[in-house]
Design a binder for this molecule. Sequence first.
Ligand code: MSP
Length: 524
Amino acid sequence: MSGKPFYITTAISYVNGVPHLGHAYEAILTDVMARFKRLDGYDVKFLTGTDEHGEKVAKTAEDNGVSPREFADRNAAAFQRMTETLNISNDDFIRTTQERHYKASQALWTRLQENGDIYLGKYEGWYSVREEAYFGEDELREAEDGQKFSPNGTEVKWVEEESYFFKLSAYTDKLLALYEAHPEFIQPESRRNEIISFVKQGLRDLSISRHKDRLQWGIPVPGDDNHVMYVWLDALTNYMTGVGYPDEADAEFQKFWPADYHVIGKDIIRFHCIYWPAFLMAANLPLPKAVFAHGFINVKGEKMSKSVGNVLSPDGLVETYGLDQIRYFLMREIPHGQDGNFSHERAVGRINADLANGIGNLAQRTLSMIYKNCDGKIPEANNYDESDKILLLKMYKYLVSGMRPYAEALMFNQVLMGIWDDISDCDSYIDYNAPWRLKTENPERMKTVLYTVAEVVRCLAIAMQPVTPEGAGRLLDQLKIPATERDFAHICPEYALKPGTAINKPEGVFPRIAEDEEPQVAAG
Ligand code: MSP
């Protein structure tokens, strides 16, 4: 591929548990963007992976009676499997326990140290193991029994130890200047305001190491065996490891760094929009172009949690609804950057209405009529009337240009609404032209109508590929579209269906799903 480079990443998941619907949503959202960009002619690099060090993983491993390494191996494999189950098109899967990542993290550390941004001191303060994050006293909430909690409701504990610090306080103004000069750096906009007001209060220096007496499961601090790196410094570096850092001359690094988008959840925005650009500024490295924070997915209005027993597993969801179906549901139902809700009723309703009855029915009835009434071959179109011309013009001229601005902002619910408006226009066109009547009244006109609808289905199937790659691919197979003619650039008259092409016997691509089968709950 020789298109413009585009580098996109997901957050890397902690291996203290197995994947759930929240991880699946993030992977799918990022995958849809990666696929969209590839189809739009970009040379895409898509990285995902696992975040394996730190106190949280070490503690969970201990609770399970295994070494952190063994525990990490087991759960990293589960995350890797999830990418396969969900048909995620990542080009690489990074694990922070890999040799290449140790090299990258230690190189970044050394660079920060050489630039005078690291000093040894003593950390005294509150730490949340669940979030692997430090909090100021003023941010905490205290329960009746004296236990203190972070603003996100996780338990914090008092920590006192020798620690290396990063001079984050020196970057307050530089960060504010960054947000000012590049409003697109933090998306969506509401998150940007949240970060700006936090940074405006002034930043404290950041503790970036843990003493070996408290934690050994981490990347050793270069030149000091008594410390391992703070897990977030290690974790954030993954985005550069994935493109060859510390070898800045590496072709991948040259081509793909800085990243175009880091896609993350709203809970980890401080790390990505404050710490990460500050580390990179300190290292004189280019900053990512944008961080997009998506919302959280709740199940039937409740936060997913093991104690409630409502943690949905990607495997169970795919088994119950189908892969493209679950991908479609999540992209269509979760509003841009906001929290979303998963419920069985909504999933069944959406999938049956939009996929089975919408595009599924449109394609099936059109292709079946062609198969039965046109000798199984794409018919010839003659004398287009206004209704045919308008429908085709909408595809060639407005389909991709209409999707693009929404896709650029990761607004895939809007992209899908646009495609489904076209589907319903096409349904109205069929009802208006009634090809089943034309069969006897005007067979030539019937052919033009069927050709027009089949051509619209070709264009819509190309457009649907990022979200429903399998189903869209099967529709294109039925129409005998070569694999090399399925990019957005092929939505044009030059690549229109060729009359006379024999099509495959039409088979339903998006079956209706039963309403009585609820998805399974996650295992671990
Ligand atoms: N390891 C850190 C990220 C380091 S990135 C350099 C982490 N891991 S995580 O496993 O807790 O979360 C991984 C991603 O999944 C995060 O972006 C997080 O926001 C997202 N989600 C976790 N639960 C979620 C939902 N219920 N809904 C949507 N996304 C959620 O944070």
